[in-house]
Write a protein that binds this ligand. Structure first.
Ligand code: G1P
Length: 297
């Protein structure tokens, strides 16, 4: 069989957005959790912007029932544009325009049953075809001052090819919440991955280096996912499929040096809003003053 070319350009990004967001109820009773705002725009828009900045020009949402607002957010809204033009609100007009995606570059595919992250990615396989792709979990937000996380990963990919996983160390007691990597050279920012395991018990974890939720993957993952059995939590786990692909393709870990936030739970989401607001060119200075008032207790 012909060997796959593992250095083809990354043109597509996948965003799994089918989750129910039960942790955020009642806020997410009708509003998809990916539409919760991080300062001035929804989490999903920030994730799409991160992929765009990395040169990606096709966006695929793996969505679920009742989540049509996500795709709608990226649609043109002529009435809004007319109203803002009439009122001369050019700043807002620019913001609205920046949230549009052009015709033909985004699509939604449905994950009909919540069978896990591995299954969600497999649901996008027909649209992705035989191409490598970026995968961004929109729960995780990275606060980069220079290049975004996905752009940094593409720089690594352009050198190494294959599959790339962004990683960061977590506290030992927290390894059971994440996919955990076993890397060849733990001291280096980028290193070949020797193995990985989903949500291990701390005593069995190969390290404290966690998978943060940003990946570049080769399409051969789909043939593995097709047959993947349920793993941790009774779900079809992407980490298990990647561990199988590791036997035939290289995987590189890129340790993230930028702050990042798990917006999938309240405190992480609130902290992200504080951190992003403090760095925001419009709200930053004002936020600093506000926070210092609260810091005094
Ligand atoms: C998923 C992945 C896990 C990764 C985590 C990052 O887990 O399965 O490997 O570490 O995202 O947020 P989940 O958070 O969906 O349980």
């Amino acid at each position: 069989m012909k060997k796959p070319d593992l250095k083809r350009p990354i043109r597509k990004a996948v965003f799994p957005v089918a989750g129910l967001g039960t942790r955020f109820l009642p806020a997410t009773k009708v509003l998809p959790k990916e539409m919760l705002p991080l300062v001035d725009r929804p989490l999903i828009q920030r994730a799409v912007e991160e992929a765009r900045e990395a040169g990606i020009n096709e966006f695929i949402f793996v969505s679920g029932r009742g989540k049509s607002l996500i795709a709608e957010h990226f649609e043109y809204q002529p009435e809004l544009v007319i109203a803002l033009k009439e009122k001369n609100k050019t700043d807002l007009l620019e913001k609205v325009r920046a949230s549009n995606l052009e015709s033909g570059i985004f699509s939604t595919v449905l994950q009909q049953n919540p069978k896990g992250l591995g299954h969600a990615i497999w649901c996008a396989s027909k649209i992705l075809g035989n191409e490598p792709f970026a995968l961004l979990l929109p729960d995780v937000m990275v606060l980069s001052e220079g290049k975004g996380c996905t752009a940094q990963m593409i720089d690594v990919y352009n050198k190494t090819g294959g599959n790339i996983i962004a990683s960061a160390h977590v506290a030992k007691q927290d390894v059971k919440k994440y996919g955990i990597l076993d890397v060849k050279d733990p001291k280096s920012r980028t290193s070949a991955i020797k193995g990985m395991v989903e949500k291990p018990e701390p005593a069995k974890a190969p390290s404290t280096l966690s998978i943060i939720g940003r990946y570049i993957l080769q399409p051969e993952i789909f043939t593995i996912l097709e047959k993947q059995k349920a793993g941790s939590g009774g779900e079809i786990q992407l980490t298990d499929a990647m561990q199988t692909l590791l036997k035939t393709q290289p995987f590189t870990s890129m340790e993230l040096r930028d702050p990042y936030f798990d917006c999938g739970h309240h405190t992480g989401f609130i902290e992200a809003n504080i951190a992003f607001a403090l760095k925001d060119p419009v709200f930053g200075a004002q936020m600093k003053k506000i926070l210092s008032r609260y810091a005094k207790g």
